[in-house]
Design a protein around this ligand. Structure first.
Ligand code: SF4
Ligand code: SF4
Length: 289
C-alpha cells in the first residue's frame, strides 16, 4: 500500500477545544469553502509558487529553487508572517509535508498526554485518503489504539466519503454557518445541502459529536431561521454537543472586518432563543475578543 502524505499548516500537541479531552490536532492545508469570515484565510489555498512573498522575507527564509518552486527554510524563519500578509492567493509558503509514519511517530511521543487526535483545517476531508490511512494506523497500533480519532469538518463531504472513513472514525465536529441557501452561498461560496446531509447522516451512525452554530449579527441567519434550525436539532441525538460560535475579527480579512462583532450580550440573546427549544447541552464561547 502506498504511504499517503499530507500538506499540513500546523500541529498542536495539546488542545482542549478540538473534540473531547486533550487532543493532538493536525491542521491540513486547503479548503473547499471560501468563507468571508474565515479566521485563517491563509489555509484556504495551496501555494501556487507565484513568488510574490519571497523578496519581502526579512530573514531570507524563502527562496525559489531550480524548478521554480518557492522553498521555505524553517531554520531561518522568525514567524513574522509577512509572507502570509502579502500572499494574494490566501495561502502560505510555510507548509509541511508529513507522511503517515511521520505523524504516527509524533503521536507516539504524545500518547501518554492525550485522549485522541483530531484532523482539522482548512477542510481536512479534502485529504481523505491520508486521514483514512492515519486513523487505520492509529487504531491498529497496540500503543495507540486507545486514542480516539475525530474530524473537524465543514460538512461538505458526501455520504460516500464518510462511509470510507467510518470504520476508524470516533466522531465529527461539523460547522453550520447559515440556514438559507442564499445566505450560505453568499457567506462561504457553496450551498449547505451537503452540510445538512452530513449532519443528518453522521447523527444516524452515532458519529456526530458536536454541531457548531455560527452567529454573525445581521449577517448569518441561524437566529432568524430558528424554527427550521430547531426542527433539525430536535432530530439529532440527545448527547450531541451544540456549540455556539461568536463571530470575532481575529485573523479576518476583507469586508468582514467591517462587520459587527458578536458581543457576549448578543450571544446571550441567541442562546436564550435556542435554549428551552432543544434538549441537547449548549456550549457558549468563553472568550470574546
Ligand atoms: S514568516 Fe518566516 S518565511 Fe514568512 S516572511 Fe516571516 S520570516 Fe520569512
Ligand atoms: S505563499 Fe502566496 S505569495 Fe507566496 S509563493 Fe505561494 S501563492 Fe505566491
Amino acid at each position: 500500500m502506498d504511504e499517503k502524505r499530507a500538506l499540513v499548516s500546523r500541529i498542536l500537541n495539546f488542545s482542549c477545544v478540538d473534540g473531547p479531552g486533550n487532543r493532538l490536532v493536525i491542521f491540513l492545508q486547503g479548503c473547499n469553502f471560501n468563507c468571508k469570515n474565515c479566521h485563517n484565510p491563509h489555509t484556504i489555498n495551496h501555494c501556487n509558487h507565484c513568488g510574490d512573498c519571497v523578496s519581502g522575507c526579512p530573514t531570507q527564509a524563502l527562496s525559489i529553487d531550480a524548478h521554480d518552486k518557492v522553498v521555505w527554510d524553517e531554520s531561518l524563519c522568525t514567524h513574522c508572517d509577512h509572507c502570509i500578509d502579502v500572499c494574494p492567493h490566501k495561502s502560505s509558503p510555510k507548509i509541511f509535508s508529513y507522511s503517515v509514519t511521520d505523524l504516527i511517530e509524533l503521536i507516539k511521543q504524545q500518547r501518554y498526554f492525550i485522549s485522541g487526535i483530531t484532523v482539522s483545517g482548512g477542510e481536512a476531508t479534502l485529504q481523505l485518503p491520508f486521514i483514512i490511512q492515519l486513523f487505520e494506523r492509529v487504531k491498529s497500533d497496540p500503543e495507540l489504539s486507545h486514542l480516539t480519532c475525530f474530524i473537524d469538518s465543514n460538512g461538505y463531504l458526501p455520504q460516500t466519503g464518510w462511509q470510507r472513513v467510518e470504520p476508524w472514525l470516533d466522531g465529527v465536529m461539523v460547522d453550520l454557518k447559515a440556514w438559507q441557501q442564499e445566505t450560505h452561498q453568499w457567506l462561504v461560496g457553496r450551498s449547505n445541502h451537503k452540510v445538512i446531509a452530513s449532519i443528518t447522516y453522521l447523527a444516524s451512525i452515532g458519529k456526530l459529536h458536536e454541531l457548531r452554530l455560527l452567529h454573525i449579527p445581521g449577517k448569518s441567519d441561524l437566529d432568524s431561521q430558528l424554527n427550521d434550525l430547531v426542527r433539525l436539532i430536535n432530530t439529532l441525538p440527545e448527547d450531541l454537543v451544540v456549540r455556539l460560535n461568536a463571530f470575532q475579527h481575529h485573523g479576518v480579512v476583507g469586508e468582514a472586518l467591517q462587520w459587527e462583532k458578536c458581543s457576549e450580550l448578543e450571544m446571550t440573546r441567541f442562546h436564550q432563543l435556542l435554549a428551552g427549544k432543544i434538549s441537547q447541552p449548549i456550549k457558549l464561547p468563553t472568550v470574546y475578543t
